[in-house]
Design a protein around this ligand. Structure first.
Ligand SMILES: [Ca+2]
Ligand SMILES: [Ca+2]
Length: 338
C-alpha cells in the first residue's frame, strides 16, 4: 500500500495535488448516474444510498428530485434498487445528503436517518425501513442549531449527532471564514428533550461516524485535511482526543465493523471540484486509516483516479472484502478488495 506523503501543509486552504492513478477491480453500479453522496452498510450486507444531491456551488446533472436506493451485497450481482417512500414527506423537493442507519437491538427494527435540503434548507428525516424496498417516513426534525447539516450519525431511535459544514449561509461571508481559516463549525447533539453543540472549533465539519464499540466519534474536518477523534462522555458531550492528518479533503466516513478501520471518500483537488470542467475533471481518492486509536495510525491510499473513471468520490463503504464508492454527482463503483 502507498503511504500518503504530506507534501501540502495542513494549513493550506486548497489542495492542488495531481494524483497518480491507483485502481482496484471495480465495475460501475447500475442505476446510479447522478451521484450517491453517502452510502452505509448494515451488518447483514444491505447497503443504503442517498442519490441525486443538489448542493451548489457543486455541480449536479439532473433536475429530478433525489432518491434513496438499497443494494444487497450478499446477492451474486449486487444492483441498486430504488426505495419506495411512504408517508407524508414531500418527494418533489427531496434532496438527500448524509445518511446513517440505526438498528434497535431490542427488536431488530432499522431506522434510516437522512439529511435533507428542500429549498436549500437543512432538516433531518427519520424513516423506518420496513423491509423489501420500502421506507416509511416517520418524522422531520427542524432546529435552529441544525442549520447547515452535512452528515449525521444516529445513536438512538430519535437521537443523533450532526455536522454543520457552514457557519454563515451567506456565500460571501462563508468564503471569508474559509479565507481567514476560522474554525467556527460544530457538531450538534440532538435528542427529543435536549439539543446542543457537542463539539466546536472545526473549520468545516463534513462526514461523521462512530467506532464499532460506540465509544468514539470520528469527524472529518474537510478543509483542515484531518479526521478528528472525539470520546463520548456522559451526557453526550464530545471530548476532543486527537486529529489524524490525511493530506486530502475527506468527505464521508465509514467504519469497518470488524476491523475498526476508518474508510474515507476524499477530494484530492478542491479547485477541480468547485470549478467543474469536464476536460479536466476532479479526481477521486479513497483513504483508509488503520489503528486510528494507536500512537501511530497508518494512513494509506486504497484507490485513486484522475476523474476519467470516477469523479468526486465522497464515500467508501467496506463490507467483507467488497467496497462501494459513491460520488457527489457522478457514478458509483462496486469494487473487490481481494
Ligand atoms: Ca454518513
Ligand atoms: Ca459529506
Amino acid at each position: 500500500h502507498t503511504v500518503r506523503k504530506y507534501t501540502a501543509g495542513a494549513a493550506d486552504l486548497f489542495v492542488f495535488l495531481e494524483v497518480p492513478v491507483k485502481h482496484l477491480k471495480c465495475r460501475y453500479l447500475e442505476n446510479i448516474e447522478y451521484g450517491a453522496e453517502d452510502i452505509t452498510v448494515l451488518k447483514d450486507g444491505l447497503a443504503f444510498f442517498s442519490t441525486g444531491l443538489k448542493y451548489p456551488p457543486l455541480p449536479s446533472f439532473s433536475d429530478d428530485p433525489g432518491k434513496m436506493y438499497i443494494l444487497d451485497l450478499l446477492h451474486p450481482r449486487p444492483t441498486p434498487v430504488m426505495l419506495q417512500i411512504k408517508g407524508q414527506l414531500d418527494l418533489s423537493s427531496f434532496n438527500p445528503h448524509g445518511i446513517s442507519v440505526y438498528t434497535d437491538e431490542t427488536d431488530g427494527s432499522v431506522y434510516l436517518f437522512v439529511v435533507n435540503h428542500p429549498q436549500k434548507n437543512s432538516q433531518i428525516e427519520i424513516f423506518s425501513f420496513v423491509g423489501g424496498d420500502t421506507l416509511l417516513h416517520l418524522k422531520t426534525i427542524i432546529h435552529p442549531l441544525l442549520h447547515s447539516v452535512n452528515d449525521i450519525i444516529a445513536v438512538g431511535v430519535e437521537n443523533f449527532y450532526a455536522t454543520n459544514d457552514h457557519y454563515f449561509h451567506n456565500d460571501a461571508l462563508h468564503f471569508l471564514t474559509i479565507l481567514l481559516g476560522l474554525s467556527w463549525c460544530d457538531v450538534v447533539y440532538y435528542s427529543p428533550g435536549d439539543v446542543r453543540v457537542a463539539a466546536s472549533a472545526i473549520m468545516s465539519s463534513n462526514g461523521i461516524n462512530i467506532s464499532p464499540d460506540k465509544r468514539y466519534i470520528y469527524v472529518s474536518d474537510i478543509l483542515d485535511h484531518e479526521i478528528d477523534v472525539f470520546k463520548r462522555q456522559e451526557g453526550e458531550q464530545l471530548v476532543f482526543m486527537k486529529s489524524v492528518a490525511v493530506g486530502s479533503l475527506c468527505d464521508n466516513i465509514e467504519v469497518d465493523q470488524k476491523s475498526g478501520d476508518v474508510w474515507l471518500g476524499c477530494h484530492p483537488n478542491s479547485m477541480k471540484l468547485s470549478q467543474f470542467n469536464p476536460e479536466d475533471p476532479p479526481g477521486s481518492e479513497i483513504i483508509k486509516i488503520k489503528n486510528i486509536h494507536s500512537e501511530q495510525p497508518v494512513v494509506t491510499q486504497e484507490y485513486v483516479d484522475d476523474g476519467h473513471v470516477l469523479m468526486a468520490s465522497t464515500v467508501a463503504a467496506p463490507y467483507e472484502g467488497k467496497l462501494l464508492i459513491g460520488t457527489v454527482f457522478h457514478k458509483a463503483l462496486y469494487c473487490n478488495l481481494k
